[in-house]
Design a protein around this ligand. Structure first.
Ligand SMILES: *Cc1c(COP(=O)(O)O)cnc(C)c1O
Length: 339
């Protein structure tokens, strides 16, 4: 079975497992796990922030960040396809008592002209706008990259209005290998950043958030309050450390394979794909002569698993555990199914 459902399906390699096996551990709730401490220092340095915190998942990383940056009743502005709005089980409401104001970004990118009218006045009957959020690369827009200029323009707007600026950088590594803009430079524009080790980097679990000393101090408190205080978790931090130290550069391979597959899809008259949106490892495409669910089912019968994408589309994601041969087989299956 060729599994292109997500880059989260990768399994830890023997070398990664060896790093996990050999990890020195301690009780991280006492901050005594040397491997976790090493990972957090490494990430703080990599993103050029005062400090970082290891968290079990990307969702927890984003939600802790938003919780620290807001008070109940506050509002966060982001693209309407943002992960925090669509894929985090309404945690902004459940956990922080805040709400999202979604705007429709072009390939997920919001402009100051678009956002500024929706920053609330201080009228007592209105919510308070507190955070602007950016997702880079953008998952539900098909792995699209925010241009660095767009990031800077929106930062200037956030600063002008005294708002916090948060980056959901679950796949910031993919943006980096494609643009050459370092994670450090991307992160420098934001107050807080989240990033994932369990996507294309291939770790079994784990994310990190980074920001100022005060931000991470509060984040540490919130992580514990939400049951995310972990003990001898160096065994997992070792996998994360291995992932960031070994698996970033090779993401370029995933992007190359996604492009190969995208071209094949684009040549098929029964399918529609926006080649302009093919930036990294996520493809969204529309079957024109078949219902997406039907296509999913037929692909699966022939040995290819995909997921539904945004409305009426299918989604394919390349990753560490698929090779050129898998991609060419996947393309053939797609051509057979969508004739
Ligand atoms: C995967 C992902 C997350 C984190 O989700 P988890 O389910 O916690 O791994 C956050 N943001 C984006 C954009 C993602 O793709």
């Amino acid at each position: 079975m060729i599994d292109l459902r997500s880059d989260t399906v990768t399994k830890p390699s023997p070398e990664m497992r060896k790093a996990m096996y050999e990890a020195e551990v301690g009780d991280d709730v006492f901050k005594e796990d040397p491997t976790v401490n090493k990972l957090e220092e490494y990430i703080a340095e990599l993103l050029s922030k005062d400090a970082a915190l290891f968290v079990p998942s990307g969702v927890m990383g984003n939600q802790i960040s938003l919780n620290v940056l807001t008070e109940p009743g506050d509002e966060v502005i982001c693209d309407r396809e943002a992960h925090i709005f669509n894929y985090e089980s309404s945690s902004v409401a459940r956990l922080s008592g805040i709400q999202i104001y979604p705007l429709d970004g072009e390939l997920g990118v919001l402009t100051p002209a678009q956002v500024e009218p929706y920053i609330r006045t201080t009228a007592y009957h209105m919510p308070r706008t507190k955070v602007i959020e950016v997702e880079n690369t953008h998952n539900r827009r098909g792995g699209t990259i925010w241009p660095i200029d767009a990031i800077v323009y929106l930062k200037n707007l956030a600063k002008k209005h005294g708002l916090y600026y948060h980056l959901d950088g679950a796949r910031i590594w993919n943006a980096f290998v494609e643009t050459g803009i370092s994670p450090k430079e991307y992160a420098s524009h934001f107050d807080s950043v989240s990033c994932c080790f369990s996507k294309g980097l291939g770790a079994p679990i784990g994310s990190a958030i980074a920001g100022s000393k005060e931000f991470i101090k509060e984040a540490y408190r919130v992580r514990k309050a939400w049951g995310g205080g972990m003990r001898q978790v160096g065994i997992l931090a070792a996998a994360a450390l291995y992932a960031v130290q070994h698996n970033i550069k090779r993401l370029k391979e995933d992007h190359r394979r996604a492009e190969v597959l995208a071209k094949r899809i684009n040549e098929n008259p029964s399918l529609e794909i926006n080649m302009e949106a093919v930036h990294t490892n996520i493809l969204l495409f529309k079957p024109l002569r078949m219902k997406p669910e039907e296509g999913l089912k037929l692909c699966k019968e022939k040995g290819l698993i995909l997921t539904p994408g945004t409305i009426n589309s299918l989604r394919a994601v390349t990753h560490l555990d698929v090779n050129d041969d898998d991609i060419s087989k996947a393309a053939n299956i797609i051509d057979e199914v969508f004739k």
